[in-house]
Design a protein around this ligand. Structure first.
Ligand code: SIN
Length: 320
């Protein structure tokens, strides 16, 4: 941990967790054959020359929380990250936390933090699609934009900043494996845009605010967290995967159903059996947009969450 500016004033804390933003490749033209999570958060901060101009007098504190390719994100890192966020956000002199993170599971971490952190201060997550060694890396601009959002008085809750857009934890989803603007908020659209060092917010309501009711995740050892799995309903589906999961001790199942939450008949009967054995089932739609409307055989996940975020919510519900 290092304080970059000796002046005593409000702080922004930057937690590094790895990802492509901290990734390196052997060649500047290589955007795919790189290793994520190589450079320290301090290195990333030092690589943004205009950073201090965007800080509005804040001190900057960098802390390396993890150094992961986010495809390997685990519950222990989530818990440690949430604990450090809670620690810093509780300090009066800390106005915001910024998190550098890989893009692959960013939406899941964002939703997890939104659920477990009880704060009105902003937690701004950012990332990159190109490694830091690329000819034109996107990480430095994204980090700069994240600082702008972190300093904005209207910023609240967990937000994701990428490619000049600000997304809520609830709506954000990675929608492209390669493009620089890899994230979308689907039908709801982004919460705002970062333009020339300023945030232009869209609409008035802060959709990112969800009351925290999952604080058990900060203290219950991760080995005791319930096992919640995600399944898809699809042509030729086979009930044995559900039976195997139940036999192995799964506690919750998120079923990504077809269309308006319909489920292959083979899976539906296995799910009913699983429910009868105490497994909690939540339903989402496989469709990329919209959310389930009306009655369904199984309980629909709230808020039109996608499958991976519905898994986070169910896990936290079972923990609570
Ligand atoms: C990761 O998710 O850590 C690697 C991919 C990325 O950050 O774009």
């Amino acid at each position: 941990m290092q304080v970059l500016n000796a002046k005593k004033c409000q702080k922004i804390v930057v937690l590094g967790t790895g990802g492509t933003i901290a990734g390196t490749a052997a060649s500047a033209s290589d955007h795919t054959g790189y290793t994520a999570g190589q450079l320290s958060v301090q290195h990333l901060l030092d690589a943004v020359p205009a950073l201090h101009d965007s800080l509005q007098g804040h001190d900057l504190v960098g802390e390396q929380l993890a150094q992961l390719d986010s495809k390997d994100m685990d519950h222990a890192t989530w818990q440690a990250l949430a604990q450090r966020c809670a620690h810093w956000l509780a300090q009066e002199e800390v106005d915001a936390v910024v998190i550098t993170h890989g893009t692959d599971t960013l939406e899941e971490t964002a939703w997890f933090l939104q659920k477990v952190l009880d704060t009105n201060k902003p937690v701004v997550m950012t990332c990159a699609m190109r490694p830091a060694t690329a000819l034109a890396p996107d990480g430095p601009q994204n980090l700069l934009d994240a600082m702008v959002v972190a300093c904005d008085p209207l910023a609240r809750g967990v937000l994701v900043v990428c490619a000049g857009q600000v997304h809520s934890a609830r709506a954000v989803q990675k929608v492209h494996p390669y493009r620089l603007d890899a994230f979308s908020s689907g039908e709801s659209g982004p919460r705002g845009f970062v333009e020339q060092g300023q945030v232009r917010w869209q609409g008035g309501a802060d959709l990112s605010q969800v009351h925290a009711h999952a604080r058990a995740a900060l203290s219950v050892p991760v080995a005791q967290w319930p096992w919640v799995a995600v399944l898809h309903s699809h042509a030729g589906a086979d009930a044995r995967q559900i039976q195997a999961l139940v036999a192995a001790g799964v506690k919750g199942l998120v079923m990504a159903g077809t269309g308006n939450g319909t489920v292959h008949e083979t899976l539906a009967s296995a799910l009913l059996q699983a429910q009868a054995q105490g497994v909690v089932v939540r339903l989402v739609s496989r469709c990329a947009q919209g959310q389930i409307v009306g009655q369904t055989v199984f309980t629909a996940a709230p808020l039109g969450l996608n499958a991976v975020k519905a898994r986070v919510s169910l896990l936290l519900d079972l923990l609570g």
